[in-house]
Design a binder for this molecule. Structure first.
Ligand code: NAD
Ligand code: LMR
Length: 337
């Protein structure tokens, strides 16, 4: 007997991330190649025709794992019985805009969609917020959906995590699949702290720390790990917007699949990933905001990796991005009042 299909909601499904994401889900990239899915796609009425076009393409692609498609502009219908909700719907940042500029537009969407998820989703629905400001949208969703377990509401910082892996791979000239255990701390914004202090590379002579390799490598100087590397990862979203005149889409969609896959199916032994989760104050960062931490996942649950040593530079950067999240929380509430 094959598995029962899981229902996966994608909001903003007619947008550019949605267009990249739904075929990945239908191919099994998110939940496994033995897991049938029913896609629920939500968008707003002006995008209804485009949404229907995406549905037509999904039918035309004849994905064997795809057992049904709901394409709707009705939030309640979209949320009905969903096991996974990927919240992409909202207004993206354009060139020259800071993330705070999109705050007012997007947090009110997340307040209203929180209630719909609470009322209509499956009881243990896992929620991933992608739309910016991702951490604060996720926080608002959590606050206005009190019956959804708080550990089920997360935001996407896996894209930043993957960007950090990609930069290390390029600069040290190693395979990206051999690099692991970078950390994104804090906000999915330019204040985030991409931390390489615990990152390693699998080499022919065993596992080596990225800092050690940088010391002997020709392509990346240790000092640059504390400066240039951090700002490249922090500013990568803006660099993509500048180059494409549109924000990242294929990398965002692929990272969203990585986030849910590892959460549901587990992280490999000895490997952690970065997820925006409700902070309990671990590592003395502010509690009560959605903050990106290193986590391991098993049996569908994430756990913050504890006990990592934190140096002075890291401390400052972790505090700065935490302070930004506390400010964003206050700003979000002021936008909603
Ligand atoms: P897009 O404009 O192409 O698509 C957004 C879609 O959301 C549109 O189809 C729009 O009609 C729809 N939408 C608007 N309001 C909605 C609502 N109330 N309910 C349902 N759908 C609604 O944008 P995009 O490039 O796909 O980006 C989507 C979001 O993801 C943006 O906020 C962007 O900034 C963010 N983003 C986050 C990350 C991350 O790593 N966290 C990365 C890239 C982009
Ligand atoms: C990204 O990181 O690519 C997105 O969040 C777009 C942005 O606004 O930075």
């Amino acid at each position: 007997m094959g598995k029962e299909p899981l229902r996966v909601l994608v909001t903003g499904a007619a947008g550019q991330i949605g267009y990249a994401l739904v075929p990945m889900i239908a191919r099994g990239v998110m939940l496994g190649t033995d897991q049938p899915v029913i896609l629920h796609m939500l968008d707003i009425p002006p995008a209804a025709e485009a949404l229907n076009g995406v549905k037509m393409e999904l039918v035309d692609a004849a994905f064997p794992l795809l057992k049904g498609v709901v394409a709707t502009t009705d939030v309640a219908e979209a949320c009905k019985g969903v096991n996974v909700a990927v919240m992409v719907g909202g207004f993206p940042r354009k060139e020259g805009m800071e993330r705070k500029d999109v705050m007012a537009k997007n947090v009110s969407i997340y307040k209203s969609q929180a209630s719909a998820l609470e009322q209509h989703a499956a009881p243990n629905c896992k929620v991933l917020v992608v739309a910016n400001p991702a951490n604060t949208n996720a926080l608002i969703l959590k606050e206005f959906a009190p019956s959804i377990p708080q550990q089920n509401i997360t935001c996407l910082t896996r894209l930043d995590h993957n960007r950090a892996l990609g930069q290390i791979s390029e600069r040290l000239n190693v395979q990206v699949s051999d690099v692991k255990n970078v950390i994104i701390w804090g906000n999915h914004s330019s204040s985030q702290y991409p931390d390489v202090n615990h990152a390693t590379v699998n080499t022919e002579s065993g596992e080596k720390s990225v800092r050690e390799l940088a010391l002997f490598g020709l392509c990346i100087m240790p000092g640059r790990l504390n400066g240039e590397f951090i700002s490249i990862v922090q500013q990568r979203g803006a660099a993509i917007i500048k180059a494409r005149k549109l924000s990242s889409a294929l990398s965002a969609a692929s990272s969203a699949c990585d986030h849910i896959r590892d959460w549901v199916l587990g992280t490999p032994e000895g490997t952690w990933v970065s997820m925006g989760v409700y902070s309990d104050g671990s590592y003395n960062v502010p509690a009560g905001v959605i903050y990106s931490f290193p986590v391991t996942c098993k049996d569908g649950e994430w756990k913050i990796v504890q006990g990592l040593p934190i140096d002075e530079l890291s401390r400052q950067k972790m505090d700065a991005t935490g302070a930004e999240l506390v400010d964003e929380k206050a700003l979000a509430y002021s936008c909603l009042s």
